[in-house]
Write a new protein. Structure first.
Length: 259
């Protein structure tokens, strides 16, 4: 495959646009007085560097199924570390988060490729696998963080149930459902608003890649269905795993107590 020449002026305009957007974000957050006003700008810069490196790497592995599979494993490891950190860290949290992300990704991916809805090739495996891993990471991260917060806010309720003889899961399952709902809400809202409010990147990219709008729409709804199923499996595994043995999240001035 021959290389594609890039217009240097187009690249300059692109860099200028991204730079201006970063400045706008920084000014808005500084005006609001946020402590972490630098974080979004750093996220964009870091993402740009990572995408540049990713483009170089993918150009050499896209046609090799084994290398694509190895790259997806690396993505899962990175996704697990990011999501588990939001959930509070720790060996058990890391293991549960990894299990949840792998389960959601593998089950949904197996359905998508096993039914023949999407061609099983290294190119599509990388594309769909990457989307599912990213979605699972987001759901796991938000779910874990939400569970920490709701446990801390309503710890007296948990202790009350424990005092009555309830198990760790029985005392926290209601709060886990709240956290699971919070984790799934953005994904559900995006799916419901697709085509009306949101034009998903997968849909637009498929059209740019040569598919007709109808074909792109069918591909997109397949991906959205896979994301919903994956996210549902993630919150199930995550909440069941994190509520087998609960302890109060560590907050300033409060010591953690295992129960």
């Amino acid at each position: 495959m021959g290389s594609v020449a890039l217009d240097p002026w187009w690249i300059a305009r692109l860099v200028a646009a991204v730079g201006i957007l970063i400045v706008v974000s920084t000014i808005a957050l500084r005006t609001l007085g946020m402590d972490r006003w630098r974080e979004p700008a750093w996220a964009v810069l870091r993402g740009a560097i990572q995408l540049a490196l990713l483009s170089l790497v993918l150009s050499g592995i896209i046609g090799n199924g084994w290398l694509v599979a190895a790259f997806l494993v690396v993505m899962i490891v990175a996704a697990t570390l990011i999501a588990a950190r939001r959930a509070g860290g720790g060996r058990r949290t890391l293991l549960v988060t990894a299990t949840a992300i792998v389960a959601g990704t593998v089950v949904s991916g197996t359905v998508v490729f096993g039914t023949g809805a999407v061609e099983f090739s290294s190119r599509y495996l990388l594309a769909v696998g990457g989307i599912l891993i990213g979605g699972a990471m987001t759901v796991a991260g938000v779910g874990g963080l939400s569970l920490r917060r709701v446990l801390d806010d309503r710890w007296d309720e948990v202790e009350g149930w424990l005092a009555l003889g309830a198990t760790s899961r029985q005392s926290t399952i209601r709060l886990a459902r709240v956290a699971a709902s919070t984790a799934l809400t953005p994904l559900v809202d995006q799916t419901k608003s697709t085509g009306v409010v949101v034009l998903p990147g997968t849909f637009v990219g498929a059209i740019f890649g040569g598919l007709s709008p109808l074909e792109a729409g069918l591909f997109q709804i397949t991906v959205l269905g896979a994301l919903i199923a994956s996210g549902s499996i993630v919150v199930l595994v995550l909440m069941m795993g994190l509520t087998t043995r609960v302890e109060r999240p560590i907050t300033p001035g409060v010591s953690s107590r295992a129960t």
